[in-house]
Ligand binder design. Sequence first.
Ligand code: GLU
Length: 553
Amino acid sequence: MTDFDKLANLLFPQIDKTPEYYENMYPERQLKEGARVSRFSPSPTGYLHFGGLYAATASMLNAKTTGGVFYLRIEDTDKKREVDGGVEAIVDGLNYFGIKVDEGVTGENSESGDYGPYTQSKRAEIYQTFAKDLVSKGLAYPCFCSAQELEEIREAQADEDIKGYWGEYARCRKLTYDEIEKNINDGKSWTLRLKSQGDPDNRIKFDDLIRGKIEMQENVIDVVILKTDGIPTYHFAHAVDDHLMRTTHVVRGDEWIASVPLHLQLFRTLGFKPVKYAHIAPIMKEEDGGKRKLSKRKDPEAAVSYYVEEGFPQESVSEYILTILNSNFEDWRRANKDAELSQFPFNLKKMSVSGALFDMMKLTDVSKNVISKMSADKVFALSYEWAKQYRADLAALYEKDAAYAEAVLNIDRGNKKPRKDIAKWSDIPDYISYMYDETFKPCYELTGNADSALAVKVLELYIDAFDIGDDKDAWFERIKSICEPCGCTPNVKEFKQNPEAFRGHVGDVSTVIRVALTGRTNTPDLYSITALLGRDRVLERLQNALNFFREEA
Ligand code: GLU
């Protein structure tokens, strides 16, 4: 037995498995040529961040568009940063936004798939098996340096280009077996460090799928791979997990770019085939003419719960994420109006290197468009679900008469050019307010050529003429028929040619009626509104408006 083998047994007496055991347990995946395996592997540190959703979408599409596998792994090795309910927040957030995982964590204590456990805290034995193997090959060693000793090393390195535990500074590299055994018998705590085989004069090259070719100095630092409690650092867990879970593509935040030389070294030292990397730039936001990162602290829209609470439908958020993920998405969408998002030929290479820009106006537009294409029963069902949780008053209105509510939401829906009034469910209470007496707020402000005197005339005539039995054509003819008696023309062109000759045109007459019935100058189809309000409410509102304008005129 070599000293290294002895050391491995001294450090890891409880480990009786070998890397081969796990290699056999998690065989290569049998996928078709070119199929990619990607993952989303957040730490459960609180809520799901918009940037996380964005990265998860990229990673999912990367796998799905190649017929591969997308899975969720929870990286909970840093217990200090963990938050209660953090896993649920991630799982629920992904579910809500339609990110479907093929395998991995599915809840606080549940998972599915053959490559688990998918929660790092449940994998201690696996990491230690690979760590023990490195020790037995002389590629890792225990370090007993205290925080104070590490500080001394830092101070001594003031003039060094390369800082950290390496080369001559790596004191514990030189410890003999006997020295180590004594330390352990004395009960000293230790971390396990990689014995870096790197050379400061070597540079490594790799091809990042988003950023292209990158060249960096090779890693020479003897980084910690297991902490004093035997739990791995991110770096070591990344190598072991992504290898054993047979990941082909690591799509992650670009804060990890600087660690790629170390990661590639770890893969090589462990005898693993390296993964391909795609490093995503952070989501940016425009502010005061400049750009800054979307911030968890400053921006409410950074938390995905914001979109849930505001009532942005999942489809809108997903559609919006695609628009900022790949710049060719909008062209594709124009050519494939009704296609499923999963059909979009997503390409990691087309992602922004400088960081996609978050734009609330754009999200709003995208969402209005998405909602304008939904059927009324879908709008009703989704907004009702939302209202039950966030707007009890809207839910109560719906519950009074669901068929009426759905008919209100159906106005102008299905037209060639559907209106785009609703961007999120929280817009609905205002949008439909005039269709309910409880929420209708009269507001008699006129626009165009209409004034109070004309309004009095129009309303007097219309109250007499109004017939709830009219179909749409008859209804419009009736409005036209009152134009002349009140000094207006039913013909807008005629008015434009000779404005002096009239008090207004049919548009002004309609405005008066619209304002009387809805308190607004811009609404969806007034005929549908009239028909749904019904005879009594129409007459009552016309009369109330007439009374108001009589006082004004
Ligand atoms: N747990 C790491 C993080 O949240 C994940 C990085 C990765 O995807 O590898 O930053």
